[in-house]
Design a protein around this ligand. Sequence first.
Ligand code: COA
Length: 203
Amino acid sequence: MRHLSSPYGAIEVIPCGDPALLSILEIDATLDVFRSPDAQFAALLSIALDADGCVCFARLGHRLIGYATFHPPDAIERWSQGVVPGIVELGAIETSRLHRGRHLARHLLGAAVQTGRFEDKILIATLYQWHFDLDGTNLTAHAYRKLLERLYGSVGFEIMKTDDPEIMYYPGNSLMARIGARASSALKTEFDRLRWLETGRPR
Ligand SMILES: CC(C)(COP(=O)(O)OP(=O)(O)OC[C@H]1O[C@@H](n2cnc3c(N)ncnc32)[C@H](O)[C@@H]1OP(=O)(O)O)[C@@H](O)C(=O)NCCC(=O)NCCS
């Protein structure tokens, strides 16, 4: 657990937190970028209750002010089609608008990887332009993507090339991955195969 200070009081960052602890919190009304706060709270609880899921969250008293989710890739995505288990998706990260720009997101990611539970895994993050909060930040899509690349890079994610049409056809999109220090070579090879499903790995 990490303790941070803020102008609003002490913040606790809880890595892969207990669903019971999460369930008693009240979600901040500005955590609404992906869906309504109530619907997002329900989605977070279901990920936290899943044995393969992890929700790293930040609380200020009884208020949930930020989260990062980790779960198996969605069944419709190519990343779920591997035969070697071990690919985990950083699904979403969001912080309250009141608390942005104070490295809360960095702490959420840092606390999650510090648990060590992803060291034998490959973490992936798909950066889709249509998820960017451009209105809330006044950034261009390019600047927003760079922000996310720096943020994810702070815990070891790197930009990865792929022939996934959803990613390559939109210049604002990108794929990032963090290869765990103990990821097996079979898992790395499988990830490479999945990156180049359409065209085969370039030589
Ligand atoms: C992206 C997001 C999670 C960042 O949260 P945050 O708590 O403000 O992030 P941090 O304070 O840890 O900042 C991370 C980096 O982004 C930069 N940054 C954050 N907000 C910024 C802004 N509005 N303009 C420019 N840079 C900004 C920070 O300076 C920092 O960079 P640095 O470490 O080089 O200084 C937050 O803006 C958010 O919830 N956005 C909506 C949801 C979203 O887009 N999620 C990502 C896709 S799933």
